[in-house]
Write a protein that binds this ligand. Sequence first.
Ligand code: SAM
Length: 283
Amino acid sequence: MSEVSHRIVADLLFARTGQQLTANRRWRIDTALAGLFRERGISNLDQLVCLLADPREEGLTLEVVEALLNNETYFFRDRIMFDLLANEVLPDLAAKRADTKRLSIWSAGCSTGQEALSLAMLFADQPQRWQGWRIDILGTDISSRAIEAARGGVYTQFEIQRGLGVSQMLRWFNESADGWRPRAELRRSIRFQQRNVLDAPPDPGRFDLVLCRNVLLYFAAANRHKAFGRLAEATAHDGWLMIGAGETVTGQSEAFAPACNTSGLYKRVAPLLPPSLRAAGGR
Ligand SMILES: C[S@@+](CC[C@H](N)C(=O)[O-])C[C@H]1O[C@@H](n2cnc3c(N)ncnc32)[C@H](O)[C@@H]1O
């Protein structure tokens, strides 16, 4: 199969999502699209690329992009990060927002909703502490399929067991004929929207905590920089950012500073004065 076709499909993914499939990762294309080929009776990548050239095939284009996205997620992924949220971040925000008793959290790149639900469980596990508070959790993802699944809120036995202990599972989920559904107390605080993290943020400056974990790993440098800019726009001036344990903001954005000596957790910082103003102030 032609190298050109692989490059065209990689370019499509890049243009629509910011995700970069460098030459050494293009093998993913064949594996990820195998199911789509079977469903649509497409025999190979060259044929797919011919079909994609037809502007009437926008539906197929969207399916290709969906199939290439990596939606891997599970409840309390990297549990140590959720311990940090419970022990450092939420107590800090509880003190800072004691007057309004409102917290807004954005899970950007939330996939099928497990991250947003894990956050909701942190609050639900401490009903007395959060009594009288309004907690809003917004989960967004570029994948319409993932957002549809998140809104549907039904998890298979396999999904429900990934990251959740039996007692948590029984406490916060009900088993139904089609799978496990989160209880209303959890769902109440969560909304899901389809959204590209590279677009203008949902509610600038409002989010006390933003999570964007395992989303920007394969972004090209310029897009990653842009995405951090968007996350900074969304975060309150004294808010927090959490990214994946293996990711870093260092060298990519000056809007966040590392917190707690822990990789993955950052505080929003005020923009530095431009050099011209610093000189005028005599420093
Ligand atoms: C590997 S999952 C991570 C899910 C969750 N944050 C976690 O850590 O478990 C990455 C998610 O990012 C989403 N994504 C990729 N590019 C995106 C973009 N430009 N805007 C929003 N979401 C994007 C994918 O659809 C996918 O669901």
